[in-house]
Design a protein around this ligand. Sequence first.
Ligand code: ADP
Ligand code: ADP
Ligand code: MG
Length: 659
Amino acid sequence: MFKKILIANRGEIACRIISTCKKLSIPTVAVFSDADKRSLHVSLADESVNIGPAASSESYLSIDKIISACKETGADAVHPGYGFLSENHNFMNRLEKEDITFIGPSAEPIRIMGDKIESKIFAIDAGINTVPGHQGIIKDINEAVSIANEVGFPVMIKASAGGGGKGMRIAFSEKDVPDAFTSSINEAKSSFGDDRIFIEKFITKPRHIEIQILADNHGNVIHLGERECSIQRRNQKIIEESPSPFVDKDLRNSMGNQAVQLAKKVGYSSAGTVEFIVDQDKNFYFLEMNTRLQVEHPVTELVTGFDLVEEMIKIAAGEKLNVTQNDVNFKGWAIESRIYAEDPERNFMPSTGRLITYKPPLEIDNIRNDTGVFEGGEISMFYDPMISKLCSYGETRIEACNLMQEALNNFEISGIENNLNLLSSIIKNKKFLEGEINTGFIDEEYPDGFSSKVLDEVDALMFSLTAVFAHIKEINNSQHPESQNNSSLNEKSLVASIGKNIFIFKTYNTLKNTIIEHNGKVISLESDWKPEDKIIKIKIDDSFLTLQIKKNVKGFDIKGFGLNGNVNVRSKISHDLSSHMIEKVIVKNTKIIKCPMPGLVVSIDISEGQKVEDGDKLCTVEAMKMENIIRSETSGIVKKVFCKEGDSLAADEVMIEFQ
Ligand code: ADP
Ligand code: ADP
Ligand code: MG
């Protein structure tokens, strides 16, 4: 076994790998950039080495620095995690020269599978189903148009070097091809320094289903079943589960067999993932193979009981797999939600800054939260905006879904924009609950973008009842115990307003619970909530709810189930009087557009003197591995543009001024 393992990564995955090393009693070395000095992975490892400046290219991607960190600490093996150098065959060759073991497959399978064109040709040779298309490099727009016509629309125009959902565009008809081809090629050039493009059929309403495999250095290969990863934004997964509600035993066997066949043919060892796209008739096609530990590996661990990192370490140390395919059993259902520092209500704009509150619901049973952050820590602009991976496990899918909803409602994050609301909204979606999903789910279910602020009447009533309960508790708390009984037993009329919904309630406070009358119906409310609590667990008649609640000047800000609303509670009299108040006019101050986060200006899409409308694209800024489109929030005429393509901007730097 290895004497010491260096983890050439950061964040949650570095922490995840350290935890298995601890279990196996193998000492660990963390590497960190200047931006990560106080990171969790550094404090968890036995030793740590600074490998340079914040920019990945000068630290986590520097082969020289990682190799010298190994030498300095005497590490005899490296686990690369995912991203960074994990799929870089040059890194492996260098490690081999230095006699350091790479915990992963060998260089050749990584090289072959790292290229989408080459791996597809390889898969065809291996007898694997692949997406119909053209396996050659496309030179220019004219060729793209003729090949696209040959393949048949719709087509996916794809970068051979692509990854992370980048460098791919759909063309539905001939007229889409020039733009799609140009953007793919540009994104491929800037993200991967490689502009080779190919074209394949775009599979409509597909599911993304992938097979986890394990292979040792002795020719044994098994699969650990599938993960369904169809819930995606920007072609990147945000919710994954295992098993898939779409996969039966037969389909699992055929997909599993093909994945194993491919792994054998390419001489694979270690853990790996073969990704497939599956159409509505259960035809499946190879997409790519990820020759590394996958982000969503925990769901497989939860349903199979394997520790994939442990398997990778043992395989790299030359051990034989100690199980055969028949020993692999699947039990229960697991779901993972990726919690990102991004704003799903503003086109998934990444957010950076300090995590003022970070309280994962660790007290709930059957919840796993893989993370690399802590309360008070920082999400920086330099890396991936992931906060954590929250997993739930249940006997059945519905149990796992309910548990996930409860966990998301209990998860407290503040200081940074995050996607908790979107995740809860998806988990409670009827189609999701029925397993009716495909990779277009988010666009289909949220055609105008996601908003947590649109509440139907039932939800508005649920939030209002909760707020009224909290309001009564607060008043009782602030009163003298002796007068409390008298006043609280009195009947009161209260008005709760949330958005356009106004509810008039009669309330009766008994010592045990609160009784509310609404439209002649009697509703009973019960909770142990105290005014300082940020989470309220409330029983409304027979249903139990968990919501987050925060008092502010306008009432109570309530969050949960993907919704967010502010409820104003007041007495009937003050509500009636309020109609005499002069309405406050909100003035939009959008004359100036500031850069929302530190980043690089990729394009400026308007010019001085141009007239723009509300919602028009103004420019694109790249930050945290993503391109973010900045849109106008008003209509007007551009007076001045303060930046140009290629500029690096700080947060809040002025970009554009309107007349
Ligand atoms: P997929 O596995 O389908 O490519 P993932 O979401 O697992 O999608 O990862 C997307 C890409 O981004 C992968 O190439 C992965 O290696 C990379 N990546 C994801 N997270 C990080 C990270 N924290 N640091 C570096 N690279 C990352
Ligand atoms: P990456 O390396 O960026 O992960 P993939 O080839 O794995 O690229 O594709 C990522 C996602 O893009 C898939 O999960 C799927 O949603 C979508 N996609 C890719 N190719 C196709 C296709 N031919 N038809 C439909 N969707 C596709
Ligand atoms: Mg992929």
